[in-house]
Design a protein around this ligand. Structure first.
Ligand code: 13P
Length: 281
């Protein structure tokens, strides 16, 4: 019998795993601390540039170390990768899951590249997340000035044919801070969930109202990605600490303050991912 993936475990129990973009050890500590407070598994995500910045092996090692330190499952994930070679390098380095973002390619090209990568990753015991539909905004080196919603019938075909372990969709979500209120298309999400075999991932978590995130999770979203808000909290903490201690700052005192702020930020999101209410439906 094959082991249940973390995507499937979340689907069975109707919660979403929190997935946070991180660039530093302190972000990893803050996020893991927040997840440990509710005993939830958590995903640490590296963009292509942060994977190179931190180092592929170090990223994997740090996720494992967080898992031991906080006694929760902590997964290392490569986010929005458009470089197939880097994706395979991360898989070889021991990432638990990787995302191939072929959403800007024509459908058939996206499908054939994703399918091939899914097979290669599965041979290494690594999960593959694919994407169908274009999510507006900027995430690492991947940016789009427009969005194009995921088509539910195509999502069903794509998931079946590619063999992805999870599928990121575009349903009104966007990367970065939303200009107005995020307008998630819940009918479209229901249609996708009803037709698609693969567990569904929601990107662009920053700024989506908590009630809407919870509604999306209850409708079947199994992983929610959050990046911008954590980066903003990091810089805000830096400025606040510097303002409070213009002359007498202490590195460890600052680091403690920073981790607490990051943990609080991650906790605010984790609250809406239905982990506490799982299995209640
Ligand atoms: P935000 O930066 O909008 O939270 O999105 C993060 C994301 O979706 C990473 O893939």
């Amino acid at each position: 019998m094959t082991k249940q993936t973390y995507f499937e475990a979340a689907r069975v129990e109707n919660y979403a795993v929190g997935a946070f973009n991180v660039n530093t050890y302190d972000e990893m500590m803050g996020v893991s601390d927040a997840a440990a407070k509710i005993g939830a598994p958590v995903v640490l995500m590296a963009s292509m540039s942060s994977a190179r910045f931190i180092g592929l092996n170090d990223f994997v090692m740090l996720a494992k170390s967080m898992s031991r330190r906080f006694s929760i499952p902590v997964y290392a994930h490569l986010d929005h990768c458009t470089h197939q070679e880097l994706l395979l390098e991360c898989a070889r380095a021991g990432f638990d899951s990787v995302m191939f973002d072929g959403s800007h390619l024509p459908y058939e090209e996206n499908l054939s590249a994703t399918k091939k990568l899914a097979e290669q990753c599965h041979d290494m015991g690594v999960l593959l997340e694919g994407e169908l539909g274009v999510i507006a905004g900027e995430e690492g080196a991947v940016r789009s000035s427009f969005s194009s919603f995921t088509d539910a019938r195509m999502a069903s075909h794509f998931a079946r044919e590619s063999g992805v372990d999870a599928l990121a969709v575009s349903i009104g979500n966007a990367h970065g801070f939303y200009k107005g209120k995020a307008q998630l298309q819940f009918d479209l999400l229901d249609d996708i969930v009803a037709n698609c075999d693969a567990p569904i991932v929601l990107h662009g978590g920053t700024g989506i109202p908590g009630e809407d995130i919870l509604r999306a999770v209850k409708a079947g979203v199994v992983k929610v990605n959050v990046g911008t808000e954590l980066r903003a909290a990091y810089l805000k903490s830096l400025r606040e600490y510097a303002a409070l201690h213009p002359q007498d700052g202490d590195v460890r005192d600052f680091t403690k303050f920073l981790r607490e702020q990051l943990s609080e930020t991650a906790s605010r999101y984790l609250e809406w991912f239905n982990f506490k209410g799982r299995l209640d439906n």
